[in-house]
Design a protein around this ligand. Structure first.
Ligand code: ZN
Ligand code: FE
Length: 240
């Protein structure tokens, strides 16, 4: 399996865009919240932009799309059909389970509705970009889907390999682990990861990527036995 190099690009207050490095110094960007930090990262790394992948239409994930498109006349932009119409710029709508060859990389789109109805996760080699669906130790808010819909999306992501590297849309890990520790007070894995995340954040470092193995051990939403338990957790997290 491909193990693409992934470069974190901090954006806004706690968002991440990601550069995925393909063949010939080409890179894809996932969720460019802003154009400037993405442009700077490309320049610093000596990479040219070959495509934009949007996990969903919210402004804090697509804010830089129009500007990057203006600078690159033929840049392909992908989003799920439902969210594509809500993104400014020329977006190519894609559907569940489509594969696209971009920058020499196989990009596999997984439809994971719940946060928005058109939410996508992208699988590129061993890297998984989950947007605001699955966070490290957490789960996105149910803006458009219900708990059953999001639970089904989690089951799908949860079926991927243990070694899958998980890159999500926000640096929410520490707060999510505090909730996880409340939900599963006896969990050693959660307590240890919380201590680690606090230490990393105190040093100003990112806590991503996670892995699916780590998520299986520390993400209460991935560990939920059924849709009812998932719904209970999501409701509890809303007022935590
Ligand atoms: Zn969002
Ligand atoms: Fe977001």
């Amino acid at each position: 399996m491909d193990v693409p190099r992934v470069i974190l690009v901090p954006c806004l207050r706690d968002n991440y865009a990601y550069l995925v490095v393909g063949a010939g110094e080409l890179a894809l960007v996932v969720d460019p919240s802003e154009a400037a930090p993405v442009r700077e990262a490309l320049l610093r790394e000596g990479l040219s932009l070959a495509g934009i992948l949007c996990t969903h239409h919210h402004w804090d994930h697509v804010g830089g799309v129009a500007e990057l498109c203006d600078e690159h006349a033929t840049l392909p932009v992908f989003a799920h059909a439902i969210d594509a119409v809500r993104i400014e710029g020329r977006v190519t709508p894609i559907a569940d389970d489509e594969h696209h060859e971009l920058a020499g990389l196989d990009v596999h789109a997984l439809h994971v509705p719940g946060h928005t109805m058109g939410a996508l996760a992208y699988r590129i080699g061993d890297a998984l970009f989950t947007g605001d669906t699955l966070f490290a130790a957490g789960c996105g808010r149910l803006f458009e889907g219900d708990a059953a819909t999001m639970h089904a999306s989690f089951l799908r992501l949860g079926a991927l390999d243990d070694a899958t590297r998980v890159y999500c849309g926000h640096e929410y890990t520490e707060a999510n682990l505090r909730f996880a520790a409340w939900a599963e007070p006896a969990s050693q894995a959660i307590a240890e990861k919380l201590a680690w995340a606090c230490a990393e954040r105190a040093l100003g470092r990112a806590t991503l990527p996670s892995t699916l193995a780590s998520e299986r051990a520390t993400n209460p939403f991935l560990r939920a036995a059924n849709a009812a338990e998932f719904a209970r957790l999501r409701t509890a997290k809303d007022s935590f």
